[in-house]
Design a protein around this ligand. Sequence first.
Ligand code: FE2
Ligand code: FE2
Length: 191
Amino acid sequence: MADQQRDVIEILSQDHREVEAMFRELEDLRGRTSEEDRARRKDLVDNVTIELVRHAVAEETQVYPAVKEKVSDEEAERAKREHAEAEKTMKQLERLDPEDPSFDQELETLMREIRGHVAEEEGVMFTHMREVFSQEELEKLGGRVDAVKKVAPTRPHPMTPNDATVRLAVGPAASLFDRLRDAVSGRGQNS
Ligand SMILES: [Fe+2]
Ligand SMILES: [Fe+2]
């Protein structure tokens, strides 16, 4: 067939690598004080937040329910708890300027939480998914994850690092989780 659907584990793992690349860049910029570098850090944090939200919403609405049903209730619940923790940290981070002494601390917390969570997913959950789901099922889930990710913006805003108004207007974490969850779960589910 012409366009081959990637399976859900390939898609999610690639997202994880993209997030890690942004984390590395943020670590490289740590302690750099030029206005340009500080603005770059803020933009990177915004972008990594958007990427994490799209990813987490796709997982929570399409992947974890399937994991819960066919792999393990406990693994799905644990992953959701870890998302909720990281979501709190992202909301904290969003309120802070990169100059704020708490910024680095919150960023460290976020990176620690996400890296731990990713290691858990790739090391445990994805391994179990490969055992339990057929390749066809994994590709079908992949299609649904791609569809959900398209609902969310790919980037919070074009690069306008010095425009505080723009940044305030589009703060990515505050309500994006909720808006996205509503948009995605409004279809075919009543809870
Ligand atoms: Fe993930
Ligand atoms: Fe996750």
